[in-house]
Design a protein. Sequence first.
Length: 254
Amino acid sequence: MQGVPHYLSCGGDGQVTEDGTINRIVGISGSPRHGFTELFVAEVLKQAREISGLDTQLLSLAGKRILSCDDCKACNKRDLPRLCKIQDDWYDIVSELLRPGLVGLVIGGPVYTFNPNSKLVAFMERFTVFHQRNYFPDAHSETAPDWSRTAAGVVAVGGGRNGGQEATMTSLINWLLTNGFAIVGCYPRSSIGVSCYEPTGSTAVSDERGIKLAKILAANIVKTGLALQGAPEEKPMAYHEPADLSLLGTRIGS
């Protein structure tokens, strides 16, 4: 089976903001190979591009060297010369999420014992570097961008129809929530994401239900992501900062 390139950017009609930022939707395939996870993530991007004309970008962890966080505490210190001390391919992928104009994100993974695969888990856990300054004011590491205006959804591919996709998608959603993304699912279908089934040994995409869910998720990412672009950008409050309770009533409308 032929997959898609590990890094593929497809131009839409080119929605450019006043400051020259190109609005786009990024997809990440967390599979260690160029297989069905990559194809289904690419399908969501294709549908989003056709619906909105936005540029899309597909990133794959296949063939990439992604090491897990070893809790070395280096990102708590001022003198760290780079975002993370570990030297691998992690930042090559992450840097694409740090550029402005990220309207939407779709992240997908294969099911490994009712969980995402280890390479994808390692990729996600390294995002702890963005949270260090919230707990350690002197940390060198930068804080994460305001991803609250980025609509995000998930894909999981299993070898059976009920092969652990929902458990895997829940793990991906928890990571998105931890990093402040605006989560969307496959409403009005009762699915939290694109749950796909491709039997072992398949050589072509045959899951029609999965393809339909990909189209629904793409539409929800586009609709929500574009709507959120008009929201004001806010710097997240650091954990060590005192809470301004005077704003509570105005934020909840009371």
